[in-house]
Design a protein around this ligand. Structure first.
Ligand SMILES: Nc1ncnc2c1ncn2[C@@H]1O[C@H](COP(=O)(O)OP(=O)(O)OP(=O)(O)O)[C@@H](O)[C@H]1O
Ligand SMILES: [Mg+2]
Length: 272
């Protein structure tokens, strides 16, 4: 994708026009402890719908932990405690009666390393719709698989080999397969934890283009170590520092006039 500043400014104007629209997801005073480690300290963050929000910050600062708060994935680790509130469309996702499986269908996730199931390309995509009962007939399922692969920009490359193993694809294709798998259950929000860090520049470019395209239908939160990537793909950026929200605002502002010294230092590569 090109880094066109006028484009970025236009996107920012769009982001500004989202002011006043209630955020899709809201985190309020969230604290996360892993045993004795106090990983997140009082983090409050609004995620605007149909935008890409980037989370940046030094290694170990808590980016993945913030991301996992939005679909309760931190609970998969033992000894984790989360307090505070996280909502989607105003609904408390940590409420006692929440069905976590259904929540994770609404708030999907793509990981750092492409992790297709050791199954066929078709079955990788069909898995979620099958368990969530999204297809009544075989034709429905085939249609969902095709539409998801189309949306992830992979259909033309795999349409003649849907029965082959997903693990036989290139790394970049595997990551697009994982994105197609996330899309197949019609999520509203997609969380991506450094989705390009295992990919070469060409495969990275394809994923970045895809992210830009996906935000027309989904809300995206992406963790990235690459400042350039945050600048290219996101409308808002949150800088996390030592478990706290250091700064949060429109991406263009964050990269041109950061408000805090610590953000400036990080952006200028002076630490992290
Ligand atoms: N499953 C876990 N069990 C125990 N401690 C954890 C766990 N996951 C993260 N932590 C700790 O919580 C803190 C935040 O980690 P987190 O993985 O969120 O950081 P990060 O910003 O994503 O780092 P990186 O850029 O290296 O991926 C770190 O001190 C880390 O050691
Ligand atoms: Mg991480």
């Amino acid at each position: 994708m090109n880094v066109d500043p006028s484009n970025a400014l236009m996107r920012d104007a769009e982001a500004a026009s989202a002011e006043g629209i209630p955020p899709k997801m809201v985190a309020r005073s969230v604290n996360v402890h892993y045993g004795a480690t106090h990983a997140l300290k009082d983090v409050s963050l609004d995620i605007q719908g149909y935008e890409v929000t980037a989370l940046i910050g030094p290694s170990g600062c808590g980016k993945s932990t913030v991301l996992r708060c939005f679909n309760r994935m931190n609970e998969m680790f033992e000894n984790t405690q989360t307090s505070g509130q996280v909502t989607i469309d105003g609904m408390d996702i940590y409420a006692r009666d929440i069905d976590v499986v259904a929540l994770r269908a609404r708030v999907g996730m793509v990981f750092q390393r492409p992790n297709p199931f050791p199954k066929s390309i078709f079955d990788n995509i069909a898995y979620g719709p099958r368990i969530h009962g999204l297809a009544e007939t075989k034709e429905d399922l085939e249609q969902i698989v095709e539409a998801s692969l189309q949306r992830a920009g992979l259909w033309d490359e795999v349409k003649d080999r849907l029965k082959q193993s997903g693990t036989a694809l290139s790394d970049g294709q595997q990551q697009r397969l994982c994105i197609a798998r996330a899309i197949a259950v019609q999520p509203e929000v997609i969380l991506m934890d450094e989705p390009c860090s295992a990919l070469d520049p060409i495969a990275t470019g394809k994923i970045e283009e895809l992210i830009e395209e996906l935000r027309t239908g989904f809300t995206i939160v992406i963790v990235t170590h690459s400042m350039q990537q945050a600048a290219r793909v996101s409308q808002r950026t949150a800088f996390i520092s030592r478990g706290e929200l250091g700064e949060y605002g429109p991406t263009v502002e964050m990269f041109t006039k950061p408000r805090h010294e610590r953000t400036k230092d990080y952006i200028m590569g002076r630490y992290g």
